[in-house]
Design a protein around this ligand. Structure first.
Ligand code: C5P
Length: 303
C-alpha cells in the first residue's frame, strides 16, 4: 500500500505560557500542502518492523516516528505483527513542516488497514497524540484549527489563497530549544490562545489581506536562536514585496499567493536569491483527509 504523507504549515500560530504538563497550550490554523513524502507498507511474515529510507541521513531506528507509530499500534493490538516500510523523503527535517508527524499519522492509518485491525479514525487520532503534538492534525482534514497541545482539531474550510511559496533554508531548528527560549524570553499569554479570530472571514480573504493578520509567536525565539533566519525573512520580504512568515518552530519560511502563476514567479525570485524554494498548493484535497489511498491518484496530479 502506497500513501502520500503531506507536509503542513502553520498559517497562524499563537502560544500560551508553559503549562504544568511541560507543554504550551496553543491555537493554530494548520494546512496540508502539496509537498509530501511517499510511504509504502507491506506486511511481514515475522514480527519485525523494518524501515528503509532513500536518504542516508534519515534515522531508521526507533528514534523515527514511523517506527514508534508502528510499535504503538502493534502494542495496542496486542498481536505479533510485522511490516516492511519504505520511505521516500522529500519533506526537510527540522523545518517546521511536520514531516515526522505526518509520517507517523500515515503509518497508523496504513498499518491499521495492512494489519486489518479495524480501528476507527478517532481511536487512531487518540493513539497518535502520544507520538507528538502535531500528529492528530493529520486525521481531521486538510485545513483545521488546533488547540490544547494540538490534539483538539476542528476542520475549517481551506484558505481562498490557494498557493504558498516555501523557502527552505539549510537551518535545522530543534523544537524543544525554541520553546525553551520562548520561556526564557517570558513570552506567551493566555489571551493569545483564547481569543479565536473570525475564521469564517479569514478563510475568504485574498493573500494580501490575509498575510497581515497571520502571526507566529515562535518567530521571536527562533530568530533569537538563529539571527540569520530572521535576517533572511527580512530579505525575502524585500524580494517578494509581501509579508513572509515562519512555519511552526522554523526554519521554513512561507508566503501566500492567490494563483499558481504568481506563486511560480515568487519561487523563481527566491531561488534566484540562492535559497531553496518550492511552490505548493494549500490543502490540495479540499476537505478530504487526503492521505486516503483512494485519492492517491488525484493527489499525485496535484502539486
Ligand atoms: O509534541 P512534540 O514532540 O512535537 O514536542 C516537542 C517538544 O516541543 C516538547 O518536548 C516540548 O518541549 C515542546 N512543545 C511544547 N508545547 C507544545 C508542543 C511542543 O512545549 N504545544
Amino acid at each position: 500500500m502506497r500513501i502520500l504523507s503531506p507536509a503542513k504549515i502553520n498559517l497562524h500560530l499563537r502560544i500560551g505560557p508553559l503549562a504544568s504538563d511541560g507543554f504550551h497550550p496553543l491555537m493554530s490554523w494548520m494546512c496540508t500542502t502539496g509537498l509530501h513524502d511517499m510511504l509504502e507498507f507491506e506486511p511481514a511474515q515475522d514480527d519485525r518492523i523494518e524501515l528503509i529510507c532513500d536518504q542516508a541521513d534519515i534515522p531508521t531506528d526507533p528514534s523515527n516516528l514511523i517506527i514508534r507509530a508502528a510499535e504503538a499500534l502493534r502494542n495496542d493490538a496486542g498481536k505479533r505483527l510485522g511490516a516492511r516500510i519504505q520511505l521516500r523523503k522529500k519533506i526537510p527535517m527540522g523545518g517546521g513542516l511536520g514531516g515526522g508527524s505526518s509520517n507517523a499519522a500515515t503509518t497508523l492509518l496504513a498499518l491499521n488497514q495492512v494489519w486489518q485491525l479495524g480501528l476507527s479514525n478517532a481511536r487512531l487520532a487518540e493513539l497518535s497524540a502520544k507520538l507528538g503534538s502535531d500528529v492528530p492534525f493529520f486525521f481531521h482534514g486538510s485545513s483545521s484549527v488546533c488547540t490544547g497541545r494540538g490534539q483538539h482539531v476542528i476542520p475549517i474550510a481551506p484558505p481562498a489563497a490557494k498557493y504558498a511559496v516555501l523557502a527552505l533554508p539549510p537551518i535545522s531548528m530543534p523544537t524543544p530549544a525554541v520553546y525553551r527560549r520562548f520561556d526564557d524570553m517570558k513570552l506567551g499569554s493566555l489571551e493569545a490562545i483564547t481569543h479565536q479570530p473570525d475564521w469564517a472571514s479569514w478563510i475568504g480573504l485574498p493573500a494580501h489581506q490575509l498575510l497581515p493578520l497571520l502571526l507566529n509567536d515562535l518567530e521571536t525565539p527562533s530568530f533569537a536562536i538563529s539571527p540569520e533566519l530572521g535576517k533572511l525573512r527580512g530579505q525575502l520580504e524585500h524580494i517578494l514585496g509581501r509579508i513572509v512568515r515562519m512555519s511552526g518552530s522554523g526554519s521554513t519560511l512561507f508566503t501566500l499567493f492567490d494563483n499558481k502563476t504568481e506563486a511560480i514567479a515568487g519561487t523563481e525570485a527566491v531561488l534566484n536569491s540562492g535559497v531553496i524554494a518550492q511552490a505548493v498548493s494549500l490543502a490540495p484535497m479540499g476537505n478530504y483527509t487526503f492521505m486516503a489511498p483512494n485519492v492517491l491518484e488525484q493527489i499525485a496530479d496535484n502539486w
